[in-house]
Design a binder for this molecule. Structure first.
Ligand SMILES: Cc1cc2nc3c(=O)[nH]c(=O)nc-3n(C[C@H](O)[C@H](O)[C@H](O)COP(=O)(O)OP(=O)(O)OC[C@H]3O[C@@H](n4cnc5c(N)ncnc54)[C@H](O)[C@@H]3O)c2cc1C
Length: 262
C-alpha cells in the first residue's frame, strides 16, 4: 500500500475565449490581445484532485508547461488548496505539439513519483484532448477518461471512477499509477479561501523545472519533434439555418412528428 498519494494536476494558461478575435487578413487568432486565464476545464481537474486530498490526505501539486508568464495559473491552484505548483519551462519546448507536451508532462509525473496525474478534458485553445492519453502512453500507465467522479481505494492502491459513456455511465477500477481526464463541468469547483489566496499571491514560489532536470533531450521536444503538420487555416462562414416560429408546444410536437414521418 502506498502511504501518501502524490497527485499531479495539469493546468494550462489559455487566452480568454470571450476576448479572442480573428484577424480578418490572416485568419489566425489574435491571442496576444486576449486576457490569459486558467483553462476552464482544469478547474474540474483541480476540484477532483482536492477531493482526493480531502479523502486520502494526498499531496497535490499543480504543474504547468509554459512560459514564466503562466505562473498565475499555479498561484490560483495553490489558492484553491494545492500544496505546491511546478512551472515547466524551457526554450527547447517552443513549437511542441501534443506529443512532446505529453512527453514532458509524463516526465514530470516520474520526477514527482506521482500516483495519480489528473487533467482536464480538453483545453479551450487547442482542444485536442490528446494530452492526458498521451501522458498515459508515454508512461505506460492506466488511463481513466471522461470521468464524472472518483472513488479512491488506498487500501488496494486503486482508483475507481464513474465515467461518462455514450448513453449512460460505467464504473471502472484502475491500479495506480493512473492518468485521469475529468469531464468538463462534472463537479462544482470550490472557491479559494482568503488565507490561501494571500499565501499564493505573496509567498508562493513555484518549483521551476527545465528540460535537463526532467531528463529530456532537446531533440525530443519542440517543433522538430512534433508530428503535427498544419496544412492551413480558414474561417468557416456561418451556416444559414431554416427557422420557423411556432405558436404553441402542440404545434411544435406536430411539426416534429411531421418531419420524422417525412
Ligand atoms: C505544430 C504545432 C505547434 C505548436 N506550437 C505551439 C507553441 O509554440 N506554443 C504553444 O503554446 N502551443 C503550441 N502548440 C499547441 C500545443 O501543442 C498545445 O497547446 C499542447 O500540446 C496542449 O494541447 P491541447 O491544448 O490540445 O491540450 P488537451 O489535450 O486538449 O488538454 C487536456 C488537458 O491536458 C492538460 N494540459 C494540456 N496542456 C498542458 C500544459 N501545457 N501544461 C499542463 N497541463 C496541460 C490540461 O489538464 C488540459 O485540460 C502547437 C501545436 C502544434 C500542432
Amino acid at each position: 500500500m502506498t502511504d501518501n498519494w502524490t497527485v499531479l494536476v495539469g493546468v494550462k494558461q489559455v487566452p480568454d475565449e470571450d476576448d479572442v478575435s480573428i484577424d480578418p487578413d490572416t485568419g489566425t487568432l489574435n491571442r496576444a490581445e486576449a486576457a490569459a486565464i486558467l483553462n476552464p476545464p482544469d478547474k474540474n481537474a483541480l476540484e477532483a484532485a482536492l477531493r482526493l486530498k480531502d479523502e486520502v490526505g494526498a499531496r497535490v501539486i499543480a504543474v504547468t508547461m509554459g512560459p514564466p508568464t503562466a505562473t498565475p495559473v499555479l498561484e490560483l491552484a495553490v489558492a484553491l488548496g494545492c500544496d505546491d505548483g511546478a512551472l515547466i519551462s524551457d526554450y527547447a519546448f517552443a513549437g511542441s505539439d501534443t506529443w512532446p507536451t505529453s512527453l514532458t508532462l509524463a516526465r514530470a509525473g516520474e520526477y514527482f513519483d506521482a500516483d495519480v496525474f489528473i487533467c482536464g478534458e480538453e483545453t479551450t485553445d487547442s482542444s485536442t484532448g490528446q494530452v492526458p492519453p498521451g501522458i498515459a502512453a508515454h508512461l505506460d500507465w492506466a488511463q481513466l477518461t471522461y470521468v464524472e467522479e472518483l472513488e479512491p481505494r488506498p487500501e488496494d492502491d486503486q482508483l475507481a471512477a464513474v465515467r461518462d459513456v455514450e448513453g449512460g455511465w460505467e464504473r471502472v477500477v484502475a491500479d495506480l499509477p493512473v492518468v485521469v481526464a475529468v469531464g468538463y463541468g462534472e463537479n462544482q469547483p470550490r472557491p479559494s479561501g482568503l488565507h490561501r489566496k494571500i499565501y499564493a499571491e505573496n509567498e508562493f514560489e513555484p518549483i521551476e523545472l527545465d528540460a535537463e532536470e526532467l531528463g529530456i533531450d532537446a531533440d525530443e521536444v519542440g517543433l522538430d519533434a512534433s508530428p503535427t503538420q498544419v496544412g492551413g487555416m480558414d474561417t468557416a462562414s456561418p451556416v444559414e439555418r431554416e427557422q420557423e416560429l411556432l405558436d404553441s408546444v402542440d404545434d411544435l410536437a406536430a411539426t416534429l412528428h411531421k418531419q420524422e414521418v417525412v
